[in-house]
Design a protein around this ligand. Structure first.
Ligand SMILES: [Zn+2]
Length: 372
């Protein structure tokens, strides 16, 4: 079975290569914006819509126009992709009711372009990766991969770092998992990241709390800086760096955790939390965003395919933290989130709130699995 997987690596371009990467970033933005005005003006002035293929032949003309010869310095596949991105933005607007396509600003925090692998134009050799028009760029391959590179997205962050994200088609191996019949129930929380049915807790990485405070401070400082000032610009970069650090620490933690869970278990039971819905609740929003459950579930889901395990989502209306896992008695007093420990008035079992919930989630999941 084949499967596509994403890999993201830091790029270390030399000065010339950075200039070439920046050129392609700039040209892609130019193409996107230029044809956005072409399509918009044609509709406003003549009520005529311009299709993707029309923009494609217009771009060919534009590239041979003597005022636009610089477009030839950029990766042509990436330019073509910009036209496709624009077309997708229009389709989203017309068919899916999204907003009208927006011009891409030079000041966007992140700039990126995507290019496809025609033949062997994108390939890894030793510690370098070959990118069209740029050549072999030094990169940090933090993870090995085996398969065909389908496309590459080059990103420049607000802090001026470069990354490449590769979409790789891989063959799924059958024997990746170590434990064939392991099963685990997880209760995700705010204090700890999650607790399993044995009472083990997986804590959020410690540096996150310190960095969160730093982030709040940096944000406050930025809001006091005058618009357009150098100070504000400098503060914007400081803020972006903190953001970047937080994202990296969190992602790293989630990757390690989800890989461990998938390697050690055949069945993983979780609550199917409505993360989007919960984000609307402002008190919880901050904390939920911090622990990034959405990202956790996303990783769990795709790794489960890779490792061949079952992730079973237990519906939220199931009262996992209120039910005694021993006798099934429903204790509505535990609805109060501050109740961490309770004793079942019927069977007398002492419960840790999170562990009890995790056990119930696992039981419910196994029940659902057996009846399916
Ligand atoms: Zn009980």
């Amino acid at each position: 079975m084949e499967y596509t997987k994403g890999y993201k690596f830091r790029l270390y371009p030399n000065k010339e290569q950075a200039i070439l990467l920046n050129k392609t970033l700039g040209c892609c933005r130019f193409i996107f914006n230029h044809f956005l005005s072409v399509r918009r003006d044609s509709w406003e002035n003549e009520k005529k819509s311009v299709s993707y293929s029309e923009t494609s032949s217009l771009m060919t003309q534009l590239k041979s126009d003597e005022n636009h010869l610089w477009l030839k310095e950029a990766d042509s596949v990436a330019l073509q992709q910009s036209l496709r991105d624009l077309d997708i933005a229009y389709q989203n607007f017309f068919k899916h009711g999204r907003g009208y396509p927006k011009f891409k600003s030079k000041r966007n925090r992140q700039q990126s372009y995507r290019t496809h692998n025609d033949g062997k134009k994108i390939r890894v050799e030793g510690k370098r990766i070959k990118l069209p028009k740029v050549g072999f760029v030094k990169f940090e391959q933090s993870r090995e991969f085996n398969g065909r590179i389908l496309n590459a997205t080059v990103t420049r962050t607000a802090t001026g770092k470069y990354f490449v994200s590769l979409c790789v088609e891989e063959e799924i191996a059958d024997n990746l998992r170590q434990n064939d019949d392991g099963q685990i129930g997880l209760d995700v929380g705010l204090k700890e990241f999650c607790t399993d049915n044995h009472g083990n807790t997986f804590a959020n990485p410690k540096p996150l709390r310190r960095l969160s405070k730093k982030l709040t401070k940096a944000q406050r400082k930025l809001s006091r800086r005058k618009l357009g000032s150098n100070n504000r610009n400098r503060q914007r970069i400081i803020l972006a760096r903190v953001h970047e650090k937080i994202t990296n620490i969190r992602k790293d933690f989630l990757h390690k955790l989800t890989t461990k869970l998938c390697r050690e278990n055949q069945t993983i039971a979780v609550e199917s939390l409505n993360v989007q819905g919960m984000m609307k609740n402002h008190k919880l929003a901050r904390a939920i965003a911090d622990v990034s459950w959405g990202e956790f579930f996303r990783q769990l889901q795709y790794k489960a395919i890779f490792y061949g395990c079952d992730v079973i989502k237990v519906p939220t209306f199931y009262p996992s933290s209120q039910t005694c896992c021993n006798c099934g008695y429903k204790n509505s007093l535990t609805k109060d989130l501050s109740v961490r420990h309770w004793t079942c008035p019927v069977c007398g079992t002492a419960h840790d709130r999170d562990k009890n919930a995790a056990i119930n989630i696992l039981h419910k999941a196994l029940e659902m699995k057996n009846s399916a």
